[in-house]
Design a protein around this ligand. Sequence first.
Ligand SMILES: [Zn+2]
Length: 256
Amino acid sequence: MGVNLIIVFVIGLFIGSFLNVVIDRIARDEKFFSGRSYCESCQHPLFWLDLVPLFSFILLAGRCRYCKSRIPFWLPLVEVITGLVFALIIFFSWGLSWWLVIFRLVIASFLVVIFFADLKYRLVYGIVVYPALIVTLAYQTFLLGGGQGLINPLLSSVFTGLFFYGLYLLTKKKGLGFGDVQIGFLLGLLLGYPATVVSLYLSFLTGALVGIILMVAGRAKLKTPVAFGPFLVFSAFAAWFFGQEMFNFVKEWLFF
Ligand SMILES: [Zn+2]
């Protein structure tokens, strides 16, 4: 099992490398299936040995082979996080049919793109969220066998999306972005009740905590807008695998 997880981690590194391309090229409005990779500083096309995920970054000591400028730290970070996320999903998916596991890996890849695009560029890509919604709906249909089983995630999706849309209108479009509304529909659909509630609670809690830490550290002021998408995605991922346990824990703890 240990060896399998290492193989999955390495596959995740390569997928992460592709996700980097998606994240950056959508932000720059470029096509992401064509064109060779090049250095962001000197525009020099990259040699295959510069393109091996994580390995190249370590081999080149984090600098471009041609102009010696620093390779953005995001690149190996996205690769490593994708590798870890893939390994975690395999670890928590034993016994599930392989094609449901593939669905989970695809959904996780969408989540990685949404997380880092918002963190890095403060953008939520509709071109990524809408396909993610369709894939998640297909996944839930197969997982729950369609029919009445789907009512829970569909209702969660509508309620969460409308909840964020309400907040978006209330904060006069300055607190939350419309991207957060889109992410709300997605995480409701993915998690269903009660995991959605857990993830929302966790996202507001982690968002507030990080906000306070940034303010204390003098990095942000009260009015500095912080992207909320990464908190939503992180919390959704945690609740995806531990939502029911976390919900039970809180329920017992509050004695109701
Ligand atoms: Zn360069």
